[in-house]
Design a protein around this ligand. Structure first.
Ligand code: GRF
Length: 197
């Protein structure tokens, strides 16, 4: 396949390690040649997000929309949609994007928006997933790639990875173990979607 007709827009708020894993996978696994797909842009609500500079160095377009500059969630999401739609995305990928999205935003990208959540959904939706898994005595934890619906951390499960919870784990040690697996399953889930997109 030649040319590019499937644009992927990735939304981040922080370190962007999942975003980096996806950008790397696109390059190494030749998504452009195989699927006509490219990472068109990385958009952040935080100018200081470390992942932004890295993306720029890779030649990926970046944009920053500071949510604090908008009077309401709806106004921010409306501006975010304008920014994202400049790239006519086939897929919108939430990668540590720490904003709750409005139903209007989710509806606008229905069927083409995905998220990664650091738990084995449907267990532990929301925040502090690793500490809650440790506190509950879970023997296993993990991560889930899922479609985004307007119910937080719900939506069809596309990929999961399981890791053991080890004696003496802290939220930090468990998070680090889970994160290595996130970097495996997120690119894999996106590649599977590109095959049918
Ligand atoms: C990941 O743990 C992801 O599951 C969660 O936020 C974290 C983002 O990490 N949604 P990074 O910015 O991709 O490094």
């Amino acid at each position: 396949m030649s040319g590019v007709n499937k644009n992927i827009v990735i939304l981040i708020s922080g370190s962007g390690s999942n975003m980096a894993a996806i950008v790397e996978a696109a390059r190494v696994r030749r998504w452009q040649a195989r699927f006509g797909a490219r990472i068109a842009a990385v958009v952040s609500n935080k100018a200081a997000a470390p992942g932004l500079a890295w993306a720029r160095e890779q030649g990926v377009d970046t944009a920053v929309l500071d949510h604090a500059a908008y009077g309401s969630r709806e106004a921010f999401d409306a501006a975010l949609m304008v920014e994202i739609d400049r790239f006519t995305p086939t897929l919108v990928v939430l990668a540590g994007f720490m904003r709750i999205l409005t139903p209007g935003f989710v509806r606008h990208y229905a069927g083409r928006i995905v998220n990664i959540h650091p738990s084995l959904l449907p267990a532990f939706t929301g925040l502090k997933t690793h500490q809650r898994a440790i506190d509950m005595g879970c023997r296993f934890a993990g991560a889930t790639v899922h479609r985004v619906t307007d119910e937080l951390d719900h939506g069809e499960i596309l990929e999961q990875a399981v890791v053991p919870v080890l004696r003496g784990d802290t939220a930090e040690t468990l998070a680090a173990r889970v994160l290595t697996q996130e970097h495996v399953i997120y690119p894999r889930a996106i590649e599977a979607l590109l095959q049918t997109a």
